[in-house]
Design a protein around this ligand. Structure first.
Ligand SMILES: Cc1ncc(COP(=O)(O)O)c(C=O)c1O
Length: 394
């Protein structure tokens, strides 16, 4: 049994740490630093600065237990938990590019990632970018320039959940010595394993499904050891967006139920999306789990399931009616973020037009009638009843 490759459920549930007095849950090491017996001991520890416990900004035993589990289920060699998803994203991107380089990405990436690439990196480091429709691999090929160093992906992408063909894009990138990063938050490592399809670096907002209880803001970077060690020595250590021990402990708690939570999110979202698809006040539903989804075949090929986040477009364009619909919901609480036990509703038009230019908003293929819901772990019949009551009002 010892050398056998364990399945994800076992990796996430099983702990066997010798120094915890038989406690079934690994302890919370709520300390900033570690002390040593002698000069020689601390001197030796610094020879493996990122493997030994010296200072909790670099490595903490509680956080490391969670990191090792996440790396294992993603099929990566190492993982680093960070203070937020956006810290993981910006660290991974900064690892891949230098001043005057070029990035290719897709139109529907998460808003702040869009701003980081298109504005921050351009203004500070003259890093240019091309935002393309990621559905066709040829668009990536056509956008490559001599100084392209990174292809940044988010599949399924934000709000409309369009996919990119991960295997084909990573093969193209490798043939041109371009690094690939993917935001894999939507599918989670349960339903999609990009590193196994050739992607170099996987990032997540752990605030969503990996955390799963709407009580942690966190992020994670997963990759092979050489890449992770470089990020540890540079972006992670120097920019300092580290994870607090207690957050690591909460994430460890969350990981134990990740597999069953994802299956329940998927089941509920399938019921809800099918209900919405057949409702005459709904124009269209964006959900890769539906057979009607335009890229359903690719979804089946590169993912093993679909999560609980979906969008739909109401038939009405009347903003008062759209507001009435959102405000009348009971179980879908109005708020940002997603991926927790609790169902949520959000109208992207509220904040996206404040964060992005109208042109970028339109390029994402969205409008004011598009509503996003995060389908939680409540009973799906109650959730459908809630949607039905609110749709009756408009
Ligand atoms: C797809 C996606 N990636 C990244 C993030 C950023 O994560 P965090 O809020 O943990 O910084 C979000 C947050 O909403 C997101 O939706």
């Amino acid at each position: 049994m010892k050398d056998k490759k364990l399945k994800d459920e076992t990796i996430l549930s099983y702990d066997n740490y010798k120094d915890q007095h038989g406690a079934v849950v690994p302890p919370l090491y709520q300390n900033s630093l570690f002390t040593f017996e002698s000069w020689d001991h601390i001197d030796k520890a610094f020879d493996g600065k990122y493997e030994n416990f010296i200072y909790s900004r670099l490595l903490n035993p509680t956080v490391k237990v969670a990191e090792d589990k996440i790396a294992a289920i993603c099929g990566g060699e190492k993982a680093k938990l960070c203070a937020s998803g956006i810290a993981a994203i910006t660290s991974a991107i900064l690892h891949c590019v230098n001043a005057n380089d070029h990035i290719i990405t897709i139109q529907n990436i998460y808003g702040p990632t869009n701003n980081f690439i298109s504005k921050y990196l351009k203004e500070k480091f003259n890093i240019t970018s091309t935002f393309i429709d990621g559905k066709d691999v040829k668009n990536f090929e056509n956008a490559i320039q001599e100084n392209t160093k990174l292809i940044y992906l988010e599949s399924p992408a934000s709000l409309t959940y369009e996919l990119q063909d991960l295997k084909a894009i990573s093969a193209l990138a490798k043939s041109r010595s371009i690094k690939t990063v993917i935001d894999n938050t939507w599918a989670s490592p349960v339903f999609q394993k990009p590193l196994k399809l050739g992607i170099d670096i996987e990032v997540h907002s752990v605030s969503k499904y990996l955390g799963g209880h709407s009580d942690v803001v966190a992020g994670v970077i997963v990759s092979k050891a050489t890449i992770l060690d470089s990020i540890l020595g540079n972006e992670h250590e120097l920019l300092g967006a580290k994870m607090a021990p207690f957050e690591g402990w909460l994430i460890l708690r969350s990981l134990r139920t990740l597999m069953i939570r994802m299956k329940a999110h998927q089941e509920n979202a399938m019921h809800v999306s099918q209900y919405l698809e057949n409702h005459d006040k709904v124009k269209q539903v964006f959900y890769p789990g539906l057979e009607s989804f335009p890229q359903y075949d690719l979804a089946q090929k590169q993912m093993t399931g679909s999560s609980g986040l979906l969008s739909f477009e109401l038939q009405t364009k009347d903003i008062q009616k759209i507001k009435t619909f959102v405000d009348s919901l009971t179980f879908f609480k109005l708020g940002v973020s997603w991926g927790g036990h609790d169902s949520l509703v959000y109208a992207p038009v509220i904040s996206y037009l404040k964060e992005l230019s109208p042109e970028k908003f339109e390029a994402m293929g969205i409008n004011a009638s598009i509503i996003r819901i995060s389908v939680g772990l409540e009973n799906y019949q109650d959730l459908i009843g809630d949607l039905s009551d609110s749709l009756d009002l408009i």
